[in-house]
Design a protein around this ligand. Structure first.
Ligand code: ATP
Ligand code: MG
Length: 377
């Protein structure tokens, strides 16, 4: 099978690594250079998008911020999964909110802001504190503003009105600030027959708005059921095929959807070592119409993102149950350069290994990991 992936980053790379044993070969479309590249070497394969679509059995995506004409072109081929509607819903918070409403799943109360009238209506309807998010092109907490105190309203409107004036395709989604206890995500797959397989809920920790670490532990059955039900409602609403990720806020045991990602997700990287079939293989199985694999937790696992660093101490490789994954990218401040997966037979073993890892990593490049280790009890 030949699969063309829209996007040529680490997610396409890890799909290629997972697909190779199944004889699934991946080529990647680099949106920035409008070229088809090898997902591991980034070598330009010297063919245009139209030819790459014609050559592929299946077209899929590793991210949602793709030019609309490209999405339309892929959709027209009849090979695109999960397809244009799902990718657009992941890339535009207005469509995402519509989708969640249509699926009947709860998310933060919101109001769409295109003007000063809307901005003031959002504040009076939803109250403070509020989070304002750009409708398009948001990721890693970028394109967001917080409003906590009424006296900052006028200054914030200055900022937001300038943002809206600079790009007529943009809008803002104002959302109630949710006082959550923690953030969790559910990664799962739906196949062409409508069968759903989900991984266990993952607990996610962010530093400066960027995912820092994800923990996958034997979980809370009630919360898992709730997440799975919401996942199935969203996936069915989209007639989704492939891996889908849903980020939730856990508010005293009640889940609210934060956002969806119509693709494999950073918080699912632990599945490379903690599950029988990782999210990358599962996605390829779903879109290639192969049977889905088991998604149960084989062993407690966690993932630590490597942000803005291109080396880590080699001694970490001596820790049992540890795997290091580099993405082959050029170093840039804060950039996702790779990740570390750690597993243990029990949560206690995982904790001990994580503590050894923390002692070997430079604290300033990997902040707040000790607090996360405290969660492993
Ligand atoms: P990413 O793509 O990296 O997941 P993003 O830029 O798409 O991030 P969100 O996930 O919407 O943005 O928000 C980033 C973080 O901001 C969330 O993980 C959460 O910590 C916080 N946040 C977002 N919305 C709210 C809200 N309504 N209430 C409280 N905190 C929020
Ligand atoms: Mg998010």
């Amino acid at each position: 099978m030949k699969v063309l992936v829209l996007g040529a980053g680490q997610l396409a790379r890890m799909m290629a690594l997972a697909g190779a044993p199944l004889n699934i070969s991946i080529s990647a479309y680099d949106v920035n250079s409008d070229s088809i590249v090898h997902p591991l070497t980034q070598q330009n394969l010297g063919k245009g998008l139209a030819n790459a679509i014609a050559d592929a059995d299946v077209v899929t995506a590793e991210f949602e911020h793709i030019p609309l004409p490209v999405l339309a072109q892929c959709q027209q081929s009849g090979k695109f999964l999960p397809g244009e509607t799902a990718i657009k819903a992941g890339g535009d918070r207005r469509l995402e909110k519509q989708l969640l409403d249509a699926a009947g799943v709860h998310s933060a109360a919101y109001h769409i802001v295109n003007s000063e009238v809307d901005f003031n209506a959002a504040i009076s309807k939803l109250g403070l504190p509020l989070v304002f998010k750009s409708a398009l092109a948001g990721y890693d907490g970028k394109g967001q503003w917080r409003l906590k105190q009424a006296e900052h309203t006028a200054a914030l409107w200055q900022e937001i009105s300038a943002f809206l004036a600079a790009d007529s395709s943009q809008a803002i989604v104002a959302e109630q600030f949710i006082p959550f206890q923690r953030e969790v995500s559910l990664i799962g797959a739906r196949n062409r027959q409508g069968e759903v397989q989900v991984y266990p809920l993952t607990e996610n920790h962010h530093v400066n708005g960027v995912l820092s670490a994800s923990l996958a532990l034997p979980g809370n059955e009630q919360l898992q059921q709730q997440a799975q039900q919401m996942f199935t409602a969203v996936a069915n609403q989209l007639n989704y095929v492939g891996v889908l990720a849903i980020e939730f806020f856990d508010v005293n045991g009640k889940l609210l959807v934060n956002e969806i990602a119509p693709r494999v997700h950073n918080s699912g990287h632990w599945t490379q070592q903690g599950a029988d079939v990782c999210q990358f293989e599962q996605h390829l199985r779903a879109v290639c119409n192969l049977p889905l694999g088991s998604s149960s937790l084989v062993r407690p696992s966690l993932m630590v993102n490597i942000l803005g660093e291109d080396t880590v101490p080699e001694q970490i490789l001596a820790i049992p149950g540890l795997h290091l994954h580099w993405y082959g990218k050029t170093k840039r401040a804060g950039r996702k350069m790779g990740h570390i997966n750690v597993s243990g037979a029990t949560t206690a073993e995982l904790k001990a290994r994580f503590e050894t890892l923390i002692s070997l990593l430079p604290e300033q490049a990997f902040p707040e990991l000790a607090q996360m280790a405290a969660r492993l009890n």
